[in-house]
Design a protein. Structure first.
Length: 650
């Protein structure tokens, strides 16, 4: 037996090749001496020779003690000797590599900084579901947060000024910080012809480890968090034993069956490796193995199965191809987490723009995700990346529409509103009926009304600013006004609640005044006199324009409230619904902002002084009669004219 010797990990410059050479010669006993360079070993046990050992005296003191370059915590190079080989196949992981830089290596860190161990040598690890070794050590390692939240070992605490807080919650650090891998890995392997054939990822690369660029696969892990993986696919022949387990056939068993049905199999993509991918080929194979396995002493029952990411297939009692109800995870597909090769922060996804992930061309949602090694044409089958995380074409199209098309259009829309307002002012100027503040003649708004309006106004302004910062990712404004994106979101939430409350109150308070009357038709015909008409325009307590504004803000404001609440409690909503909600929320938000801009214009510049009514609540008789004749007359005519009540209001 041979064990991992201590020096394997702990000696700087340990010669693994020499150790392997000795193992191949069967010289187990002296492998460590050769590997550590303590001596030179000659002769091969395999060839029946007795190994000859010559110690290298340079390592010994006069009293015979050994002096070695012992490294307390093992250097990464030693760990990598074993791990880089397997990991370049499984994850594309490389450590000290110019093609595939890893920021922690560049910063002088070692494997044991994240995977430490105590003297018991239980090397701490994560909880990837890939390996079932030492499960008791699951999640004992130092995760990203552990260092980067506490500043352990000089790790920077990220401020994430460009990142939406919802994304930090829903995406693993690695999903953004390992945007791509720059060495080919394996997409999977198949052994249907009795030979192990590795398919590379990206397709077209010669072999795993060659310089080539590909993007990770994204799937959810514990808690629904999106992680980066290499989804490794497998296609093979197995045997369904009595115990219900599908046992893979040895390569030589697969090769024996292959001889019987290879004539029935074509090489659809002409790459020199025939693919068992069509139903007739699978059926031919299953029949071939039923006879080639006959008498195989490994199994108590012979029942061949073809396993591929498309399903586990067998021949049912009537000899038809049928799917077995097996979970293919681990059988035909293994998700190797991608957690190394963290790129420098400036290369993280989302550094520049949201569309690095959300664009129609971006890998994150739209890149190819390989789901089978060979389709009917012999080429790998892929689907859209987003599907696995629940962003099907509806959610995806909506989110790219939202971020790529709607946002630019909406900024143009807002500029257009400002332009129209300026144009209107320029053409018609302000109205001439002067507004006299503190007249105490006609009471127009109660204290409650004014309060509701004021708080709704304040919350709306704050919501607009924070909303625009979030929607357009306005980093400069965010830096100027807030400490972090979380603050923007919190502020938006708090004022959102004020807005919800005042919107509901406003809906009730002004409901009666906002019901349309007959004379409103005339107002509409005259466009409220806003386009130059100088005569009298009928209007109740609110004119038709204001009534329309009431309905506009009430409907949109309430929809904004509901969608906003859904966005706060986002865990209750499915992803497509969430994308829909946030698109709607943003779109209506912009429309509201445009409307409120026009409303503010009419209440200030276009009708100078009008805004005072919101401070003292009173208007003059002349003003009331001019702007709201029906209201004014209804108030004064039935009864005898009476002085406006002047109860104290504070
Ligand atoms: C698979 C690699 C590996 C092998 C093999 C291994 N070690 Fe370790 N050893 C480690 C790791 C990892 C640590 C923890 C380093 C840390 O977290 O700082 C460690 C720590 C130690 C330490 C304490 C570190 C120090 O010097 O302060 C000693 C002593 C030690 N090992 C001795 C041994 C001996 C003796 C053997 C052989 C019986 C051995 N190791 C085999 C990986 C290994
Ligand atoms: C002699 C080869 C060899 C060396 C050297 C070696 N490992 Fe391993 N390591 C393995 C094998 C084999 C496994 C178990 C098989 C597997 O899970 O892939 C393993 C398992 C692990 C695991 C757990 C894997 C899992 O999936 O749960 C971690 C973490 C790990 N090694 C880290 C290290 C670190 C850190 C070092 C350096 C201190 C190191 N290894 C050195 C061969 C090696
Ligand atoms: C910056 C921290 C960091 C460093 C440095 C680091 N790893 Fe990891 N490693 C991780 C994380 C995070 C995971 C994923 C754990 C999971 O998926 O739950 C991981 C996973 C692994 C795994 C798979 C086992 C598992 O737990 O899923 C192995 C093996 C491994 N690392 C070996 C190494 C080796 C060898 C080195 C040095 C060459 C190294 N790591 C350096 C963070 C690190
Ligand atoms: C053992 C502690 C430790 C762990 C665990 C760790 N890091 Fe780091 N990380 C550091 C240190 C130290 C640096 C170098 C100082 C710096 O720039 O923050 C660094 C640097 C970085 C940088 C570069 C910052 C820059 O300015 O470019 C990124 C990005 C990063 N880490 C992300 C991660 C991710 C993602 C994980 C999890 C896979 C992780 N870190 C795990 C300690 C750690
Ligand atoms: C949605 C993508 C995303 C996620 C998730 C994410 N980051 Fe980042 N990270 C970025 C971007 C983009 C930057 C660079 C710009 C910035 O700071 O906003 C960055 C910057 C950093 C930096 C450099 C900080 C600095 O100020 O120089 C570190 C360190 C870091 N992230 C660590 C982490 C850790 C740890 C996690 C997991 C808890 C994580 N990130 C999750 C996108 C992300
Ligand atoms: C690293 C890739 C990435 C980047 C960069 C990114 N997103 Fe996302 N986005 C996602 C993923 C993945 C989801 C789905 C999250 C989930 O459901 O768990 C998502 C969901 C969303 C949603 C719907 C759910 C929610 O959080 O409200 C919106 C809206 C959104 N992103 C907008 C943005 C904006 C705006 C930016 C730029 C500031 C941005 N995204 C940057 C990957 C990204």
């Amino acid at each position: 037996m041979v064990e991992a010797d201590c020096l394997l990990c702990h000696l700087r410059g340990y010669n693994f090749e020499e150790r392997i050479a000795q193992l191949e010669k069967g010289t187990y006993q002296w492998a460590v001496v050769a590997g550590s360079g303590l001596g030179i070993v000659e002769g091969s046990v395999k060839d029946g020779q007795a190994p000859k050992l010559v110690y290298n005296k340079r390592f010994f003191n006069a009293d015979g003690k050994v002096l070695l370059d012992w490294a307390g915590p093992p250097p990464s190079k030693n760990c990598s000797y074993c791990h880089r080989r397997s990991d370049v196949y499984k994850r594309g992981f490389t450590w000290a590599d110019m093609h595939n830089p890893e920021i922690h290596h560049q910063q002088g860190m070692e494997c044991v900084d994240c995977h430490p161990a105590e003297l018991d040598h239980q090397i701490h690890k994560g909880a990837s579901e890939v390996n079932r070794v030492a499960d008791e050590l699951d999640n004992t390692m130092r995760g990203c947060q552990e260092c980067h939240e506490s500043g352990f070992g000089g790790a920077t605490k990220p401020r994430h000024v460009t990142v939406r807080p919802s994304h930090i919650k829903r995406l693993a650090c690695e999903a953004c910080h390992i945007p791509r891998i720059q060495r080919a890995t394996t997409m999977g392997h198949e052994s249907t012809t009795g030979e192990l054939v590795f398919l590379t990822k990206p397709p077209g690369a010669n072999q795993a480890g060659d310089p080539a660029v590909w993007g990770p696969d994204y799937e959810r892990r514990e808690g629904g968090v999106v992680h980066a993986f290499n989804s490794f696919l497998m296609r093979w022949w197995g045997n369904l034993e009595e115990d219900g387990i599908i046992y893979p056939l040895f390569l030589r068993e697969q090769a024996a069956g292959w001889k019987l049905f290879q004539a029935a199999v074509s090489d659809d993509n002409k790459d020199g490796n025939p693919e068992v991918n069509r139903d007739d080929e699978i059926i031919a194979g299953l029949k071939a193995y039923a006879s080639s396995l006959h008498g195989n002493r490994r199994f108590r029952r012979i029942h061949p199965v073809h396993v591929s990411p498309g399903g586990a297939f067998h021949l049912d009692e009537r000899g038809r191809l049928a799917r077995l109800p097996y979970d293919l995870t681990g059988l035909a597909k293994i998700n190797f987490p991608i957690s190394h090769n963290v790129a420098p922060a400036r290369m993280a996804l989302g550094t520049r723009e949201c569309v690095e992930c959300h664009a129609t061309t971006a890998h994150f949602f739209n890149g190819p995700r390989y789901v089978n090694l060979s389709g009917p044409d012999g080429h790998p089958v892929s689907e859209r990346m987003g599907i696995a995380i629940g962003a099907g074409s509806f959610a995806f199209t909506l989110s790219s529409l939202h971020l790529e098309i709607l946002r630019p259009l909406i900024s143009i829309g807002i500029i257009l509103v400002v332009f129209l307002i300026t144009l209107h002012y320029h053409s018609y100027g302000p109205k001439r009926i002067p507004f006299v503040p503190y007249s105490h003649e006609v009471k127009r708004f109660t204290l409650v009304e004014r309060g509701v309006h004021l708080f709704r106004l304040i919350s709306f302004v704050v919501l607009s600013v924070t909303g625009l910062i979030m929607a357009f990712n306005l980093r400069a404004w965010q830096e100027l006004l807030f400490a972090s994106p979380e603050q923007v979101r919190t502020c938006h939430t708090v004022f959102g609640v004020v807005f919800v409350v005042t919107t509901i109150l406003g809906t009730f308070i002004w409901f009666k005044d906002a019901l349309f009357a007959d004379y409103d038709k005339q107002w509409v015909r005259l466009i409220g006199g806003y386009l130059g008409y100088k005569g009298a325009v009928p209007a109740g307590r609110f004119n038709a324009g204001q009534k329309m504004f009431y309905w506009y803000t009430t409907i949109f404001g309430n929809v904004m409230s509901v969608t906003g609440l859904l966005l706060i409690f986002d865990s209750l909503v499915s992803l497509p619904a969430l994308v829909f909600t946030s698109t709607l929320h943003n779109l209506l938000g912009f429309i509201l902002i445009a409307g409120v801009l026009a409303h503010a214009y009419l209440g200030t510049i276009a009708n100078p002084g009008t805004w005072h009514v919101l401070v003292d609540g009173y208007v003059t008789r002349q003003w009331a009669e001019h702007h709201h004749p029906q209201w004014y007359h209804a108030m004064v005519e039935p009864a005898t004219p009476q002085p406006a009540d002047s109860e104290p209001e504070t």
